[in-house]
Design a protein. Structure first.
Length: 217
């Protein structure tokens, strides 16, 4: 039985498998324009992004369960491991405390939005966004096996510097996620094309036996 991936939601990005390796970009990143809020003293500043990190993160995993030859619905609930959040942290006393503008700028950098789009219609910029529901839906297996169900998100974290006019640049950090998904694996079946850090592999190592084929690269 092969590992199955089910994507629950996407924010206008290309679908990636849970076995995708982490992608990290260091150094000066692209700069995207962003308007400050009306109560700031400087508008039309620029965000410069650094240490942009995009990676798949395991958010929940269930204990393994034995499924008979006729198949059955999975009943083990997933245990939360990581709660993704959308947030922006600014330097204390910043004039540019517009979290949505910062996230909109980051969305442009990672290709989540276009630079000309003033109103990015995506949950990526929503600081009140709820974490994915680990108990959303059910999965039925149509064959026998030792099954582990898991969930994950593609999390984005980056540092920034905001400059506007002759004022002192402001630094900060932003984080959000662009996609969340779930899947299941069979402990006795190796996971194809898996790399270290992949959510499927992490789930297998947490719930399968240590010597299970799915727990090995």
């Amino acid at each position: 039985m092969k590992t199955k991936e089910t994507f629950l939601s996407a924010c206008a990005v290309a679908v990636v498998l849970a076995s995708t390796a982490a992608c990290t970009s260091d150094g000066d990143g692209p700069t995207a324009k962003a308007k400050a809020t009306a109560d700031t003293t400087c508008e039309d500043g620029a965000y410069s992004w650094f240490n942009v990190d995009e990676r798949d993160v395991l958010t929940g995993v269930a204990e393994k369960e034995e499924i008979g030859g006729k198949g059955a619905r999975l009943t083990h609930k997933m245990t939360p491991l990581h709660t993704p959040r959308t947030a922006v942290t600014f330097e204390k006393g910043s004039r540019a405390g517009d979290a949505k503008a910062a996230l909109r700028s980051l969305a442009v950098v990672i290709g989540e939005a276009n630079a000309d789009d003033d109103g990015v219609s995506t949950e990526f910029t929503n600081v009140h966004r709820s974490a994915p529901d680990l108990d959303n839906g059910s999965t039925t297996i149509d064959g026998a096996g030792t099954i582990v169900q898991y969930a994950w998100v593609k999390q984005v974290t980056a540092d920034f510097r905001y400059t506007c006019g002759d004022g002192k640049p402001v630094t900060g950090r932003a984080t959000s996620w662009v996609i969340d998904g779930s899947g299941f694996l069979e402990c006795s079946t190796p996971i194809e094309n898996v790399k270290e850090g992949a959510p499927a592999l992490a789930a297998a190592r947490l719930s399968c036996d240590p010597d299970a084929p799915a727990a090995k690269t």
